[in-house]
Design a protein around this ligand. Structure first.
Ligand SMILES: C[S@@+](CC[C@H](N)C(=O)[O-])C[C@H]1O[C@@H](n2cnc3c(N)ncnc32)[C@H](O)[C@@H]1O
Length: 242
């Protein structure tokens, strides 16, 4: 039987269909904004309606686990080839942080690029994403160079990694993060002085303006854009320490 993650299914989020997030703003801090299309709260108390909106926004903010299977589909490689995207920035022996890896579409190629002397540290808020990622890593014989850590929604919990990371991948994750300021601040803190960040957001979810806003937040936190990248269906840039 074909494993679910290897089935050829169109990756919905890459086709611009919702991946479970409800806002295309980079700083998704106002949960009420996400449900403006809801019918008016006729017949309900205001407080109840507000709680309902917040619950829905909270529920939708993070990419659902089933989308993780779509994101890991090999068909995605046809237009987002991890090897081509990552090879210019990642080499043997590097220490890499993959933020919000889901089931590891980019993580496994990263592990191949860093080779046996390197390490890929994955931080995600969803334990189920990480356990599927590690299953895939074990099948590919790459588990010994990958470390998976569950983080908090408002903190990557990377204090022990200060100044040790050569490359950070933040692909299609920032629009799901509540506090972009803290997010970029934490990323900046783990980077080595010559370290680089590949920051990408899906065009289907995130407007050009929201991406620019995120770049401005990154800059305020000591990460400035040094290169614009062309990646299909994405806004993308390389960031470095200011
Ligand atoms: C749309 S998926 C992108 C997955 C992967 N980077 C890719 O491109 O295939 C977003 C991932 O970010 C994770 N995520 C959401 N909010 C996060 C946060 N605050 N910190 C870390 N990971 C987060 C989600 O659980 C999900 O696995």
């Amino acid at each position: 039987m074909v494993p679910v993650q290897d089935m050829v299914v169109p990756p919905a989020f890459l086709l611009g269909v919702g991946a479970g997030t409800t806002s295309n703003k980079a700083m998704n801090t106002d949960p009420t904004r996400a449900n403006l299309a809801l019918p008016p709260c006729v017949g309900y108390g205001r407080r109840w309606c507000r709680m309902r909106r917040m619950a829905r926004a909270q529920h939708h903010r993070v990419c659902p686990v089933w989308v993780g299977y779509l994101l890991a589909s090999p068909i995605r490689t046809l237009f987002q080839d991890p090897q081509k995207i990552l090879a210019p920035y990642v080499s043997s022996g590097m220490r890499v942080l993959d933020v919000g890896p889901a089931m590891g579409f980019f993580t496994l190629p990263l592990a191949r690029l860093v080779g046996p002397p390197g390490r890929v540290i994955c931080v995600d808020v969803q334990e189920k994403m990480l356990s599927a990622l590690m299953r895939r890593a074990r099948r590919a014989n790459l588990a010994d160079r990958i470390e998976a850590r569950v983080c908090d929604a408002d903190s990557l919990r990377v204090t022990g990694l200060a100044l040790t990371i050569d490359f950070v991948l933040a692909f299609a994750v920032v629009h799901e993060v509540g506090n972009a300021t803290r997010f970029f601040g934490e990323i900046q803190s783990v980077l080595t002085p010559r370290g680089r960040v590949l920051f990408a957001e899906p065009r289907g979810h995130v407007s050009e303006r929201a991406f620019q806003e995120s770049l401005a937040v990154a800059k305020q936190n000591g990460l400035h854009k040094t290169e614009s990248l062309k990646i299909a269906r994405s806004h993308a840039a390389i960031l470095e320490r200011a």
